[in-house]
Every structure is written in structure tokens, then in C-alpha cells.
Design a protein around this ligand. Structure first.
Ligand code: ADP
Ligand code: MG
Length: 232
């Protein structure tokens, strides 16, 4: 049995449950600056994805991610369906030799690149990219530079995504449906950044469960801020 593949199936199931629980919340966010379909789109897509990956026979992680992406592409409409789904399908190739810290970083980077390619959004455009970019950069740095374990690195990435979601509030949308509002989008939290955070929180919870550990309580800035007072 492919234990990592089973863990990814469990992650997809837990994302589906979480998105269902947050359906109204996501819909409310999208009704303020969009067309009120993000909660429904995502809940339907992830429920279908959980069913689809549950039907796979002893899958490896890449197959689970690819199946999830394909299902999201066909079930989630709007801008977010192809962004989430297409990017997952593309990035799943990075997991073909299994999941370890290195392939997880490659997966995260490829996923972000694909979202950027497809949507042409960058940090500051009030989209999912605002949550994703700091999360991916933090994950990579935590693994490659700060030498943190996978769970701590993921916990830091989730923390960074949370700040990214908060960052969408005071800025103006320049991509997607919310950009039609111009300055009236200022003051609203982006729905896609928010769903990205929920997905990452579930990945972290499932990874902790899989590794038999507690979710680490991270201090977001600890490895980068030196202890010494530069004045001394
Ligand atoms: P739609 O806007 O077509 O109704 P959804 O409501 O499902 O689609 O998703 C809206 C979310 O999609 C936004 O909150 C934003 O995060 C994301 N989004 C929209 N356009 C883009 C884009 N060009 N690049 C990245 N993300 C985008
Ligand atoms: Mg919408």
C-alpha cells in the first residue's frame, strides 16, 4: 500500500469537508466583490474530487493530485476552477517519484508558477496569488535555508498564507471579477486567497496526522530575526 498516496487521499477528503463547512463564508466573501459562486463552486468541486480519489486503487501521491486537479477543472467553474485544477494537474508531475521535502518544494513552486502563468496575477492584485506567493516562498526558505522539518516548514507556510489573506483586504483588485469594482474592491478579503488558506490548513493538519505529530506552534519570524541586539 502506498501510505503517502493514502495520506494525500485523506488530505483531499479533509479539504472537501473544510470547504463544505466554509461554503457560506466563501460565498459571502465572493458576494461582496464578485458573483457569489466561490463557495458553491469549490464545495461541489472538492466533494467530487474526494469521491474520485476515493475510487482510485492504491494510488501514488501524483495520481491523487492529478485526479483532484482534473476533477476541479471539470467541476469548478469560474476563474478559480482552471486556476486550481489546471495548476494541480501540471504540478502533480513533481510528485511522480514520491513526496519528500525536495519534491514538495518543487511541487509548490511549480503550482505557483502555473497559477501566475494562467491568471497573470502577481502579489498585490488581490487574488489567491497574495496568499500563495508568501506561502510558497516561506516553505522553500524554511526547507532549504532554515533547515526546518517538513511540518514546521508547512506550518510557517500556512502562517505566511494567513498574512497574505489579510494583505488582500486593504488593496485594490486588478485581476478577476473583483477588478471590475475598481477602488470599491478595497476593504474586502479575497475569496480565492481565503480558500487557498483553508486548503493549506487542511494539508498541514493531515500531514501532522500522517506523521503522528502535533501541528507545530510556529513563531513566524524566529529563524530570520537574530537574537542579538545590533546596538550592543
Ligand atoms: P469567478 O471570479 O469567475 O466567479 P470564483 O468566484 O470561483 O470565480 O473565484 C474567484 C477567485 O479567483 C478570486 O477571489 C481570486 O482569488 C481568483 N482569481 C480570479 N482571477 C484571477 C487571476 N487572474 N489570477 C489569480 N487568481 C484569480
Ligand atoms: Mg465568483
Amino acid at each position: 500500500m502506498n501510505a503517502d498516496g493514502q495520506a494525500v487521499v485523506a488530505a483531499v477528503e479533509s479539504v472537501a469537508e473544510r470547504i463544505e463547512a466554509e461554503r457560506d463564508h466563501l460565498t459571502d466573501l465572493d458576494s461582496a466583490i464578485g458573483d457569489a459562486d466561490h463557495g458553491g463552486n469549490m464545495a461541489r468541486g472538492w466533494a467530487e474530487a474526494a469521491d474520485a480519489v476515493g475510487d482510485l486503487e492504491d494510488p501514488d501521491p501524483a495520481t491523487v493530485v492529478k485526479t483532484t486537479g482534473k476533477t476541479l477543472m471539470s467541476e469548478v467553474g469560474g476563474a478559480s476552477g482552471p486556476l486550481y485544477g489546471g495548476s494541480l494537474v501540471f504540478a502533480s508531475a513533481e510528485l511522480e517519484d514520491g513526496i519528500d521535502a525536495e519534491s514538495a518544494v518543487a511541487f509548490a513552486e511549480t503550482y505557483l508558477e502555473k497559477v501566475e502563468d494562467r491568471g497573470d496575477a502577481r502579489v498585490g492584485d488581490q487574488t489567491m496569488v497574495d496568499a500563495l506567493t508568501p506561502a510558497v516562498h516561506t516553505f522553500k526558505k524554511s526547507v532549504e535555508t532554515d533547515d526546518l522539518g517538513p511540518l514546521e516548514a508547512l506550518a510557517k507556510a500556512v502562517d505566511a498564507a494567513e498574512r497574505g489573506v489579510a494583505f488582500t483586504v486593504p488593496i485594490r483588485a486588478s485581476k478577476g471579477r473583483a477588478s471590475y469594482l475598481g477602488w470599491r474592491s478595497v476593504g474586502h478579503q479575497d475569496p480565492g486567497a481565503t480558500s487557498t488558506l483553508f486548503i493549506m490548513e487542511e494539508l498541514l493538519a493531515t500531514a501532522a496526522d500522517h506523521l503522528g505529530a502535533d501541528v507545530p506552534d510556529v513563531d513566524a519570524t524566529s529563524p530570520t530575526i537574530p537574537d542579538e541586539d545590533p546596538e550592543e
